[in-house]
Ligand binder design. Structure first.
Ligand code: SF4
Ligand code: SF4
Ligand SMILES: [Zn+2]
Length: 271
């Protein structure tokens, strides 16, 4: 089993798109981190709305569904999860916030977007501008009050802070030089174009690009190339939807894992 001191992290990209390599963990821990990022990080999302007027082509339910998937900037210092709020989850200024939408297509057709949402306070607002909600034709109107609250991705996907979160094993390409005829068929077949001939050897130019598809193995007439992987080293990637900074997402996910482990320890020691 990996020792804590053997763990290392290499950041490849850490902006809207995040990519990092973690060495010294096992598949169980890698999957726990992935699941915690998707399901245990609180974010704000619109949960319900009071529709005052809707003459658009969308039913109220579909309109609300579209609103609920607009990522909202989340201030974790100011808001609590409803189940942890003093109000008991009935909704108060500590656990929910209002956003207003009042748009009418007066001149001609008009695309209603996230930019039309007017937040009640400056802390919770659409993380991205111009996300389409509904197209109005002349004379159509939408007036509503939307209520956003903190939630977790395990409840519904609208509270996930990332668009996708995945990891893969770190690839290892082994070439038996005795058998390799340098025909370059493997280079030709690689869909990621990540194999190259360097100093008369087949090398993996960029391990991050390799998808472990084994096409190179299949293409090799000599059986000289083998695709392997390091099962203690993982390449993680996710796309941040904008509710929280990427480092906070990872931090909160790890905190949630630690909290669960401590809770389990408490329960075991109380038996
Ligand atoms: S496993 Fe697939 S992606 Fe990786 S080097 Fe071989 S062909 Fe390319
Ligand atoms: S396909 Fe096989 S023999 Fe040809 S260059 Fe690649 S590893 Fe060598
Ligand atoms: Zn509350």
């Amino acid at each position: 089993m990996s020792d804590k001191r053997d763990i290392s992290i290499e950041i490849i990209e850490f902006n809207e798109k995040v990519k990092f390599i973690v060495k010294g963990i096992n598949p169980t821990i890698a999957n726990t981190i992935r699941r915690a990022i998707l399901t245990e990080v609180p974010t704000m999302a619109i949960d319900y709305a009071v529709i005052i007027e809707n003459t658009s082509v969308l039913y109220d339910e579909i309109l609300l569904h579209r609103l609920s998937f607009i990522p909202l900037k989340t201030d974790l210092e100011s808001y609590k999860l409803p189940e942890k709020c003093e109000c008991g989850g009935s909704g108060c200024s500590n656990c929910q916030v209002r956003l207003y939408l009042e748009v009418e297509a007066e001149e001609g057709s008009l695309l209603v977007t996230s930019s039309h949402l007017v937040p009640e306070d400056g802390r919770t607002f659409p993380a991205k501008e111009n996300i389409p909600i509904v197209k109005l034709e002349k004379g159509q109107k939408v007036i509503l009050e939307a209520y956003a609250r903190l939630g977790l991705g395990k409840e519904k996907a609208k509270w996930q802070p990332v668009a996708a979160c995945a990891y893969k094993y770190f690839p290892i390409i082994e070439v038996n030089e005795q058998n390799c005829s340098l025909c370059e068929d493997c280079i030709e077949r690689c869909p990621r174009k990540t194999l190259a001939l360097v100093d008369n050897k087949i090398v993996l130019k960029n391990p991050l690009e390799c998808s472990l598809c084994k096409e190179c193995e299949k293409a090799c007439p000599e059986g000289a190339i083998k695709v392997k992987y390091d099962d203690s080293c993982f390449i993680f990637k996710f796309e941040n939807l904008g509710a929280l900074p990427s480092d906070v997402i990872v931090e909160k996910a790890l905190e949630a894992i630690v909290e669960k482990a401590l809770e389990l320890k408490r329960l075991l020691s109380s038996k």
